[in-house]
Every structure is written in structure tokens, then in C-alpha cells.
Design a protein around this ligand. Structure first.
Ligand code: FAD
Length: 342
């Protein structure tokens, strides 16, 4: 059991790829700020990479008091060995009470490895974080039992309290240039030798297919199994409606991605992406809890479903009962007409 008096501060592992910070970093730093204010401690970003000091200050604009930059050519590309060693060495040396990591592909690899080495627990894929102000412990909430209930997990006996956090769930604070300027950049000493790394990165290849950016989209039109009558037509209608509403993108329920009608990066929901666009249109989606878990915080939800008792209408701001193949062309016509009349 750790001596808790030694542990202080909320840390965020800030992921960079090819020298660029990820949007998850800003979300996590913003959330860490709220937690640190309740705990009465500092927020520290931990940034690993090669020549990355130039991007560190930006994290201050979202709430980091300090960024610890571990710079080395050996940290240029992510490798589990190198990153886990440096993160664990830093944690052992400086002892944060909380360590948050984005649940990206890299974070999902790094988090468990570090937690095991640090002999502490890890809540994977958390969707909500909170402080128990009576006991000063971190409450980490994530869906459990197939999304049918939310489990709140604590780590009462070990430190740091660690969690990987789902991208897109935490809201990014507005950027504050004065705070970015005031953010302290520290370059701690650390040891890392080529012999510590068992993996050799030969090259970094970008996925040939451009993945859809659901998390950053303001307008998402998602399709469900309701398009099964004519899948291509259904997707085409969704694309046209998304374009009419202003540069929107097309999402999907798991029924659609499981059927192979659209690729997995389009999936919204508990095992897909969590989104909160300004407008979310659900076409032929029943509204299972695993789907709504990923979109219910959208600013305006519009649902089209031919079954008037479909659960999706329970979370929708506007509901249209009808066949999507008839309703959507009419919606596109109306949106275009309204735009022309502006
Ligand atoms: P259905 O439930 O079959 O609904 C189709 C809807 O379309 C119906 O409501 C029907 O009335 C309507 N419809 C049919 N024809 C038309 C038409 N012509 N016009 C208008 N409406 C029409 N699901 C997700 O989406 N995302 C997830 O991340 C996810 N994760 C999961 C994780 C776990 C562990 C499990 C167990 C399940 C998960 N699911 C997820 C699956 C989820 O439970 C549902 O099965 C799925 O969301 C259903 O997809 P759907 O609404 O497209 O299909």
C-alpha cells in the first residue's frame, strides 16, 4: 500500500504523433484542471517525444500549470518499451496522485503496461471522472455489463489512481493564451538507452483510407439497420442530408458496421465513438442504450424512424415518424429551400 502523503498532483499523459498534440490531450487537461481544483493541487502534462518543447505551452492554455517534457530521438515514434519506461520512471520519481491517459490506440497499450509496473489499478475507457470530496479519491465511471449499467470504480489502496479516458467524452475548456504563456515547461532528467527498446520502428504508414472525423464534426447524420431495404440509397441519402446541413459527416449504428455496410470508424456508441455535435440525425436507428450512450449529449437530436415507439424518440429533440426513404429526400428539399431563401 502506497504512503499517500508522498503523492500529489494530477498528471495527464499528453500524446503526440509526428510532433502534433492530439485533441484528447486538450480534453484530458481541461478535465484534469477541474479535478485538481477540487483536490487543491497542480495539473502537469507529461509529454514524450523528439523536439517537442515547441508544442508544450499550448497545453497550458487548457489548464496545465506545468508540462514535463522528456525529449529524446529514442522517443520520436511511440514504442511500448521506451514510453512505458520513461512514464514509470517519471511517476516513481515525482509521484502524482492521479494519472490520466487518453483511451486511444496508444493509450490503451501504454496504460495497462504502466499500471502493472507501478503496481496500481487502472480503470479502462472511463467516460466520467469525479472526486469524492469526503475521501479525496478519484471516482472513475465506465459502462459495464454491455452498457446496461454504469460502474463507478475507485482505487483506494494504491497510487497513482490511473484511468484511460475515452476520446471525445470530456469537454475541452476554451483556450486561454495568458494561461498558455504562464505554463511552466520543465525538462526533467531521465535515462533511456537504445538497449531499453526491443521494438524497431521501420516506418510509419498512414491508413490509405481517410478515416471519418466523427469526434470533431458539428453535424452527423447516422444510419441504422433501417436502411436495409436499399443500403446504398440509404447511405447516399445520409450523405446528401449531411452535405445540405453544412459539411456534415455520416455515422452509423453497430448493426450497420457489423453488416459491413460501412467501416468501423463510422460507428457511434459504447463500442464506437462518443460524439457531441451541434446536430445529430438518426435515420432508421432504434436507439439501443449502447448507441445512445455515444450520442445523447449532442446539442440537437433529430430522429427518423417508422416505429413511433422506437426508444430513439426518448432522447430526440425532434422526431419524425415515417419511412426514411420518403422523409429524407423531403428534408433535403426543405433544407435547400430554406438556405436559398436566406
Ligand atoms: P435496429 O435495432 O434493428 O433498429 C432499426 C430501426 O430502424 C428500427 O427502430 C426500425 O423501426 C427502423 N426502421 C426500419 N426500416 C425503416 C425505414 N424504412 N425508415 C425508418 N425507420 C426504419 N450499437 C451501436 O450502435 N453502437 C455501439 O457502440 C454498440 N455497442 C454495443 C456493445 C455491446 C457490448 C452490445 C451488446 C451491443 C452494442 N451495440 C451497439 C448494439 C446495440 O445493442 C443495437 O443492437 C444496435 O445499436 C442496433 O442498431 P440499429 O438501431 O441500427 O438496428
Amino acid at each position: 500500500m502506497a504512503d499517500f502523503n508522498d503523492y500529489k498532483g494530477v498528471w495527464v499523459f499528453c500524446e503526440q504523433r509526428q510532433g502534433k498534440l492530439m485533441s484528447t490531450d486538450f480534453e484530458l487537461v481541461s478535465e484534469a484542471r477541474k479535478l485538481a481544483d477540487e483536490l487543491g493541487c497542480e495539473v502537469t502534462g507529461l509529454l514524450l517525444g523528439d523536439n517537442v518543447d515547441g508544442i508544450a505551452k499550448e497545453l497550458g492554455g487548457y489548464g496545465a500549470d506545468k508540462v514535463m517534457v522528456c525529449d529524446s530521438p529514442l522517443l520520436k515514434d511511440y514504442t511500448t518499451d521506451a514510453y512505458a519506461k520513461v512514464v514509470c520512471d517519471m511517476v516513481n520519481e515525482y509521484k502524482p496522485e492521479v494519472l490520466l491517459i487518453g483511451a486511444t490506440n496508444i493509450g490503451r497499450d501504454l496504460g495497462p503496461r504502466c499500471a502493472a509496473r507501478l503496481h496500481t489499478g487502472l480503470t479502462a475507457d472511463a467516460t466520467h471522472l469525479d472526486i469524492d470530496t469526503a475521501k479525496y479519491v478519484l471516482k472513475m465511471t465506465r459502462p459495464a455489463f454491455g452498457g446496461h449499467l454504469m460502474a463507478t470504480i475507485i482505487c483506494p489502496r494504491f497510487r497513482p489512481q490511473m484511468s484511460t479516458v475515452r476520446p471525445g467524452v470530456m469537454k475541452k475548456a476554451p483556450f486561454d493564451q495568458a494561461k498558455a504563456d504562464a505554463c511552466q515547461i520543465v525538462k526533467p532528467a531521465f535515462e533511456l538507452a537504445a538497449s531499453d527498446i526491443k521494438t524497431e520502428v521501420l516506418s510509419v504508414e498512414k491508413a490509405a483510407e481517410k478515416l471519418v472525423d466523427l469526434i470533431g464534426a458539428d453535424v452527423i447524420v447516422s444510419v441504422g439497420r433501417g436502411i436495409s431495404k436499399d443500403v446504398n440509397k440509404g447511405i447516399e441519402l445520409a450523405e446528401q442530408l449531411a452535405a445540405a446541413l453544412g459539411g456534415g459527416v455520416v455515422g452509423a449504428s453497430r448493426a450497420v458496421t457489423d453488416a459491413g455496410w460501412m467501416s468501423a470508424d463510422h460507428q457511434v456508441g459504447q463500442t464506437g465513438k462518443t460524439v457531441h455535435p451541434k446536430i445529430y440525425v438518426a435515420l432508421g436507428i432504434s436507439g439501443a442504450i449502447q448507441h445512445t450512450a455515444g450520442m445523447q449529449d449532442s446539442e440537437c437530436i433529430i430522429a427518423v424512424n417508422k416505429n413511433e415507439s422506437a426508444p430513439i424518440f426518448g432522447v430526440a429533440d425532434y422526431g419524425i415518424v415515417g419511412d426514411l426513404f420518403k422523409v429524407v429526400p423531403e428534408l433535403i428539399k426543405q433544407v435547400e429551400a430554406a438556405k436559398a431563401a436566406e
